[in-house]
Design a protein around this ligand. Structure first.
Ligand code: MG
Length: 286
């Protein structure tokens, strides 16, 4: 199943997306909140398969979920990206020959960064001159748990979506941590919807990113250094994950700082990200 949040006129709704018919079926006024829907996931079999159908082109898709707390994010989780980041000069404290971490690097982005597909991302040019894109597979947690074992971790996954982990590289470098550079308003485009875990296998998905139609990132999630079960086990160690928590799993090579000189985003640029089975996330930078 694919669950979308959308606006129809001024009415915010949640619905089931039918890709074959290119329509969305509203779940009605009883289902207003995606986190609550995930909490009640056991009742999803009650979702009506028929009912009103609205053409997707008539709705404005919103970010499929705004989690109750920060988005968990993983850095340097593809080998070639870890190398391009270390050699870019934008990684504070980078050590040559030690680009691949022994443990996952985890940081977060506040919910205030989240926007949907089609929304503008602000360049904040008074704050930064080095805005970069990062195409990423994001995991939506379904079942709460602390100290989750890797072998059980996928039981805790509700579904998947796409995130653009937009980054101000100068802020990332200057402040010697990643929170500020990752957390500017609108810096977390997410969407277009949540695809439930039963629909896809998460370890063989193509991740592609285009800037103004030019293919920049082209990788596969089987190349993740730390797998999704490892990430869930790591993050949930002593920290209870909750339904609706989001984990962005890291970006592959091909970001702007991977070029020499770097190719940062400028006003009017369009970034489009596609992941197999999850759809396409498109945003313009202004
Ligand atoms: Mg990232």
């Amino acid at each position: 199943m694919r669950f979308a949040r959308f606006l129809l006129g001024s009415s915010e709704q949640i619905g089931l997306v039918d890709l074959q018919k290119s329509v969305v079926r509203p779940l009605g006024p009883a289902v207003q909140d995606m986190v609550q829907l995930i909490v009640n996931a056991a009742e999803l079999k009650c979702v009506p398969a028929d009912g009103e159908e609205i053409p997707l082109e008539e709705v404005q898709l919103l970010a499929p979920i705004v989690p109750r707390r920060n988005v968990f994010c993983v850095g340097k989780n593809y080998r070639e990206h870890a190398k391009e980041f270390a050699s870019s000069g934008y990684e504070a404290g980078a050590i040559k020959g030690a680009e691949i971490d022994e443990y996952p690097a985890v940081f977060s982005k506040p919910p205030s960064t989240i926007v949907g597909t089609g929304d503008d991302v602000h360049l904040h040019s008074h704050v930064t001159q080095s805005v970069d894109y990062e195409a990423e597979l994001a995991v939506i947690i379904g079942k709460a748990g602390r100290d989750i074992k890797a072998e059980n971790a996928l039981d805790h996954v509700f579904g998947y979506t796409i995130i653009n982990d937009v980054t101000a590289r100068d802020r990332q470098r200057h402040h010697k941590q990643w929170f500020l550079g990752k957390s500017l308003d609108t810096f977390c485009p997410m969407g277009p919807w949540i695809t439930t875990a039963d629909e896809i296998t998460s370890d063989g998905l193509d991740v592609k990113c285009w800037v103004n139609g030019e293919l920049r990132q082209n990788a596969n999630t089987r190349d993740l250094i730390f797998s999704i079960p490892t990430l869930i086990a790591t993050i949930s160690a002593g920290l209870a994950l909750e339904p609706g928590d989001v984990i962005a799993t890291g970006t592959p090579a091909g970001v702007g700082i991977g070029f020499n000189p770097p190719r940062f985003l400028t006003a009017g640029d369009e970034v489009k990200i596609s992941i197999s089975g999850l759809g396409t996330l498109t945003n313009r930078f202004v």
